[in-house]
Write a protein that binds this ligand. Structure first.
Ligand code: 9WO
Length: 458
């Protein structure tokens, strides 16, 4: 990833980030960071970059010309997302950080004095972003904050052992308190439960702590959390048909975009997938008008599918939804199964033709594709799709009918259970071999079909 910062204080950016983890990533050439001095681009012979504001009022404004020429030099004529750090921007969030982390190149524009001439902002800025409701002396510190938050999500910036994604299972809550050695410090003991070795009890304690803290310090977040928990409970009344929505919410992936009784839109931003439910045809039409841009729309009501097809969404396929409700893990007979690495991308994408190599790389980097081996030879794989369903199953021709698919699936199920997830999958209605396997593994089949529709961006 290439980062450019347009600033009057380039050394603030470069020296400020140099000693940090981000600085190390720059040294390792995982990201590049250049600070462009706007003053180098002024045509004024005294190096002036500011002037008085028309209409009067306090102080000076950065002029359009040097900012524009610095931006042109940094962008080299390419269309690059350009972020202006300003208290007037939209709030910076982890969601925006994730979105920006996918870009190849970014430009940050740091203002000074009382701001920048509006006309150049109109021409170059794509995103106006604030890191909070306060005024600083310039945009450099906010730019550094954003760079830190975005760059740590770029693969390889953090060590392999420290994953950027908060692995925590309570996604909408604040973190629980943590303790390290010694067991007693200033006469304060580490809470006894954490020394008990009882994993279930520890998880329960941590959840309670998270809830209490969130209620106290972030009532706004707590309210959202309660709403979600309430919806999950409602959906659980028809668990077989709703498991995709329940899991999307409980794994902290889906957000409730719209809800009015049984009319519901859930959006998984990362997977660019929408799931919806409607009471009747009229409300389905209303919901379809509220859908965000997404790659995929998943529905399990035929009349909703009909409404969406009429609205111009393409039906990709009809599947049966299977879920695994048992809590016990399964025996894995074939032992040589492990998480795949990016080295395995070419193999998986040569065998699995339903998805792009880019998508497979993303899934492998997420640690959610598992492979079976015969010695060094790759003989099959299984995985989780980015919206949460099990899939991506393949076994080499000459290794079939030996229970390897079953072992792969059992392995994947066990991984899901470890994370507190309910495994589920979507099997195309004509795939009888896979249906047999799901039955054998004691999956339950939902009564309604699942329809996958491609979004309008697809
Ligand atoms: C200062 C000022 C003084 C008198 C009258 C009007 C005024 N406006 C400003 C002002 O907003 N200055 C900004 C300083 C111009 C852009 C860069 N500066 C800035 C960015 N301060 N704080 C931020 C910022 C950016 C993102 N998130 C939080 C704060």
């Amino acid at each position: 990833m290439k980062l450019h910062v347009l600033t009057l204080f380039p050394e603030m950016i470069l020296q400020g980030l140099a000693p940090s983890i981000i600085g190390r990533a720059v040294e390792k050439k995982i990201i590049s960071l250049d600070a462009v001095n706007i003053r180098d681009y002024t045509l004024d012979k005294h190096g002036k970059v500011d002037d008085y504001t028309y209409g009067g009022g306090a102080g000076m404004l950065m002029q359009a010309q040097p900012v524009y020429d610095a931006w042109k030099a940094a962008s080299g004529g390419k269309k690059i997302r350009t972020i202006y750090l300003t208290p007037q921007g939209t709030p910076f969030t982890q969601n925006l950080a994730k979105e920006l982390a996918k870009e190849e190149e970014l430009i940050f524009l740091c203002g000074h004095y009382e701001g920048i001439d509006e006309r150049v902002l109109e021409e170059v800025v794509t995103d106006f972003v604030s890191i909070g409701d306060y005024v600083l002396t310039g945009g450099e510190l906010p730019a550094m904050v954003m760079i830190d938050a975005v760059a740590r999500l770029v693969p390889g910036v953090l060590g392999n052992d420290t994953s950027a994604e908060e692995e925590s299972f309570h996604n909408d809550l604040l973190e629980y308190p943590q303790y390290s050695r010694p067991e007693s410090w200033h006469e304060k003991r580490v809470p006894e439960v954490l020394l008990s070795g009882n994993h279930a009890k520890i998880m329960k304690w941590r959840l309670e702590q998270s809830e209490t803290r969130t209620l106290r310090f972030r009532p706004d977040l707590y309210e959202k959390y309660r709403e979600k928990q309430h919806l999950i409970k409602q959906l659980s009344k028809d668990k077989r048909n709703n498991i995709h929505m329940m899991e999307s919410l409980s794994r902290g992936k889906g957000e409730i975009l719209y809800r009015d009784g049984n009319n519901l839109i859930i959006f998984d931003r990362e997977a660019s997938t929408c799931m919806l439910k409607a009471e009747k045809t009229e409300t389905a039409t209303k919901l379809s008008e509220r859908l965000p841009e997404a790659k995929w729309i998943i529905v399990n009501q035929e009349f909703v599918k009909e409404v969406l097809v009429t609205a111009g969404y393409g039906l990709w396929g009809e599947c049966n939804q299977y879920l695994y409700t048992a809590k016990e893990s399964l025996p894995v007979r074939y032992k040589a199964i492990r998480s795949l690495t990016t080295e395995d991308v070419p193999y998986v994408s040569s065998r699995y033709k339903h998805d792009t190599e880019e998508y497979i790389r993303e899934r492998i980097l997420a640690g959610e594709i598992y492979g079976a081996f015969d010695g060094d030879r790759q003989i099959g794989f299984i995985g989780l799709h980015n919206e949460g369903s099990m899939g991506l199953l393949y076994v080499e021709e000459e290794y079939r009918r030996q229970g390897i698919a079953e072992s792969l699936e059992a392995f994947c199920i066990n991984r899901c259970l470890e994370k507190g997830w309910t495994p589920y999958g979507h099997v195309l209605t004509d795939n009888t071999a896979s249906e047999k396997l799901q039955d054998k593994l004691r999956f339950y089949k939902a009564s309604q079909s699942i329809y996958w529709l491609s979004g309008k961006t697809h």
